[in-house]
Ligand binder design. Structure first.
Ligand SMILES: NC(=O)c1ccc[n+]([C@@H]2O[C@H](COP(=O)([O-])OP(=O)(O)OC[C@H]3O[C@@H](n4cnc5c(N)ncnc54)[C@H](OP(=O)(O)O)[C@@H]3O)[C@@H](O)[C@H]2O)c1
Length: 341
């Protein structure tokens, strides 16, 4: 990387939509309160794919996608301690969440559109959005962590209030967020039930600590879960799939249980409100997380020496191939882009 220019994967308009193209672009310098990070790795999120497909609000092109990144601080702007220079860091992609822990403020943004993201050799972010990389993680594992780890932590622990010994259902375990939720739930001593469209992913999830897995392609998957539980019910559902998963999840929840929604990959859900009020269920929404959530999530990763599930590490220049893999849900865990060794 020269001090003036860098390689970055740009999402730009093309015939019939938009495409990812490797280009040489100016390298941004840090302003007041900012740091410049030389990125070693970035990671994909479904959000990046939604943006490329034109299925996201407020799309601005051209742009550099990417919410997740880890690297080394190369330079600091005015007002930032030079002690940061040379430190290995992970980037918190939640920009301006604000001080209200209930929900983000009006000027909240997620790194990587409209602000340029991490599919690049370097990035400039506010110093408040970097934390030191947990020492037990390599750069690929560290880059896998931020967006999905933050989302899973808030959904499971802050909104879902999962406790040791409880049972949690995580639909669509191949998802980046789901694999993080599995990792946290197992670490907390909960029993984890998962679903997937892939039998291989169910096997993989069991290796990661899931107690039971079932294909959501089976029409009776909720009954299979119920049989496994001997008729018992689950305490918490953490769902990013939406659609059909919802009504079956509501069947499986215990009275007074919690269902936390953070996404709708499979589409919008129709729910039977009678189940909601009769069982006194708690329906909770969750999006990313606050600075406090991020700090707690990183602290848990450090104290538990937890390692996120990395699906594949693919060179930055092949970002389009990485997107194909995610678009077709071939991944289990996080797809990482290698930028510098
Ligand atoms: N609110 C937020 O802050 C936030 C943050 C992150 C993500 N999200 C949203 O949450 C969703 C997941 O994000 P991600 O990055 O983790 O995505 P991802 O890695 O692309 O995972 C998507 C997964 O959805 C699962 N799926 C598809 N159809 C399903 C169905 N009918 N029932 C159950 N699962 C199904 C698949 O699981 P299998 O492969 O196991 O079949 C697939 O791997 C996306 O919609 C994303 O936009 C929201």
């Amino acid at each position: 990387m020269s001090s003036e220019t860098m390689q970055a994967v740009i999402l730009e308009k093309s015939e019939g939509g938009s495409s990812l193209v490797l280009r040489t672009v100016p390298c941004k310098q840090p302003g007041a309160g900012e740091v410049q990070v030389r990125l070693h790795a970035a990671a994909l999120n479904r959000r990046d794919v939604w943006i490329r497909l034109g299925r996201y609000a407020g799309i601005k092109l051209p742009t550099i996608l990417g919410s997740d990144g880890a690297g080394v601080v190369r330079a600091v702007g005015t007002g930032v301690s030079s002690d940061w220079v040379g430190k290995a860091v992970v980037i918190n992609p939640s920009l301006n969440f604000g001080g209200n822990q209930d929900a983000q403020g009006d000027d909240y943004r997620i790194l990587g559109m409209p602000d340029d993201g991490t599919y690049a050799e370097s990035i400039v972010v506010p110093v408040g959005n970097v934390v030191e990389k947990p020492a037990h993680l390599d750069f690929a594992q560290a880059a896998a962590l931020p967006l999905a780890g933050l989302t899973a932590y808030r959904a499971l622990c802050v909104r879902g209030q999962l406790r040791p010994g409880q049972t949690v259902l995580i639909p669509g375990i191949g998802s980046g967020v789901s694999t993080m939720a599995l990792m946290f739930a197992v670490h907390l001593g909960a029993r984890v039930i998962v679903t997937s469209g892939s039998l291989d992913k169910l096997e993989e999830a069991k290796k990661l600590g899931a107690s039971f897995g079932v294909s959501y392609r089976d029409a009776d998957w909720d009954e299979q879960v119920s049989r496994f539980l001997g008729g018992a019910l689950v305490d918490v559902v953490v769902d990013g799939a939406g659609a059909d998963a919802w009504s079956k999840s509501l069947n499986l929840l215990r009275p007074g249980g919690r269902i936390v929604s953070y996404g709708a990959t499979a589409g919008l859900a129709q729910i039977d409100l009678r189940k909601v009020f009769w069982k006194q269920l708690n329906i909770l929404g969750s999006t990313m997380g606050s600075e406090r959530d991020f700090a707690e999530m990183i602290a848990l990763i450090r104290s538990g020496k937890l390692r996120p599930a990395v699906d594949q590490v693919i060179p930055l220049a092949e970002a389009a191939r990485a997107h194909e893999r995610m678009e077709h849900s071939q991944h289990m865990g996080k797809i990482v882009l290698r930028i510098h060794d």
